[in-house]
Design a protein around this ligand. Structure first.
Ligand code: PBG
Length: 365
């Protein structure tokens, strides 16, 4: 564009703007082409707002749907009696003893939630996490209770030792090392005992190598060929698990989980983890956490054709709750936007502490 001072009055037509005087082309030449181009630009103007005019129209063209059947609600069951203990860092979430679990289950059913992720907190912890695979453990009893009282609810049982070990790691330890192969038989035993208690799906979250194959084999050998495995396939070593560790009493006593959970920097490796779990027999794969890893969710969705879950973890929940409690954000709007974002990234299932609220809000819409 030349400076305004050099422009000749009369040459200010749409096609003429910016043209150098004396360089006009004859009619039929490039000038006409320019004119046509200008007109085409006006005709082709993209009016995206046409389809946003009202809610009926917007919902007609909406690309992503969220339903209550997409939601999985995590609950914490603690050994003891008469307990409904609020978790400070997770407003709205409590640890329930089995005798008070029905309060929560009634709420879950009333909201129309159809699937639960179950975490048990034993009173006794030891080096080998023996309460994890004890047929009378708190988690096994909780599964039995739920399946008896609410058979229609799908119970997904977390399979991991960290809530049950005195050192808080997800595997057996030797000195500072977290042992892999030695842990596998214990995870397999835990999965079988939870399946025997009635768990509908087994969900290994420990990130030991080879655990899906070990669990699949043990389930099959014990008559549980039909029980699916939901694998926490791409589980990152994340600061977002902080509140959960308070809720589940599962913070590691020494070191961290970086030798078994994934490096947050790695996207390509996440694909390898998912493909490995599929090969080992996983029926459902998972990316966790969700929000800082939506690119991973999208890529896994594109590169695999297995049902995909994303875990909207405790720290993600806590941040929203804290901001909402301060009046800094509109909780409903933000939560629904987060849910849609996870679905849009390509996850079918969302494991979330917001589940009962989301189900209620879906009704209001
Ligand atoms: C157990 C487990 C964890 C979570 C789910 N299963 C914690 C961890 O790995 O430290 C985290 C869930 C959440 O933060 O909401 N291995």
């Amino acid at each position: 564009m030349q400076p305004a001072a050099e422009r000749v009055p009369g040459e200010m037509s749409a096609a003429g703007i910016g043209r150098k005087p004396g360089k006009r082309h004859a009619a039929g030449g490039p000038l006409q082409m320019r004119k046509r181009k200008g007109r085409r630009r006006t005709e082709a103007m993209k009016r995206m707002r046409r389809l946003r005019a009202n809610e009926t129209l917007r919902s007609l063209v909406r690309e992503t749907q969220l339903t209550r059947q997409d939601l999985i609600y995590p609950i914490f069951v603690i050994e003891g009696e008469g307990i409904a203990n609020p978790v400070d860092s997770m407003p709205g979430i409590r640890q329930y003893s089995i005798d008070r679990l029905d309060e929560e289950l009634e709420r879950v059913c009333a909201a129309g939630i159809t699937a639960l992720m179950l975490f048990g907190i034993p009173s006794h912890k030891d080096e080998t996490g023996s309460q994890a695979y004890c047929d009378d453990g708190v988690t096994q009893r909780a599964v039995r209770h739920i399946k008896q009282a609410y058979p229609q609810i799908l119970v997904i049982a977390d399979v991991c030792l960290c809530e049950y070990t005195s050192h808080g790691h997800c595997g057996l330890v030797c000195g500072e090392e977290i042992l892999n192969d030695e842990t596998l038989p214990l995870l397999a035993k835990m999965a079988v005992s939870l399946a025997a208690a009635g768990a509908d799906i087994l969900a290994p979250s420990d990130m030991m190598d080879g655990r899906v194959a070990a669990i699949r084999k043990a389930l099959d050998e014990n008559g549980f060929q039909k029980k699916p495995i939901m694998a926490y396939s791409a589980k990152f070593a994340s600061g977002f698990y902080g509140p959960f560790r308070e809720a589940a009493h599962s913070a590691p006593g020494f070191g961290d989980r970086k030798t078994y959970q994934m490096d947050p920097a790695n996207r390509r490796e996440a694909i390898r983890e998912c493909l490995a779990d599929i090969e080992e027999g996983a029926d459902i794969i998972m990316v966790k956490p969700a929000l800082a890893y939506l690119d991973v969710v999208r890529e896994v969705a594109d590169r695999t054709d297995y049902p995909l879950a994303a875990y909207n973890v405790s720290g993600e929940y806590a941040m929203v709750k804290a901001a909402a409690a301060n009046g800094w954000i509109d909780e409903k709007r933000v939560v629904m936007e987060i849910m849609l974002g996870i679905r849009r990234a390509g996850a079918k299932m969302i494991i979330t502490y917001h589940a009962p609220d989301v189900a209620r809000w879906l009704d209001e819409e």
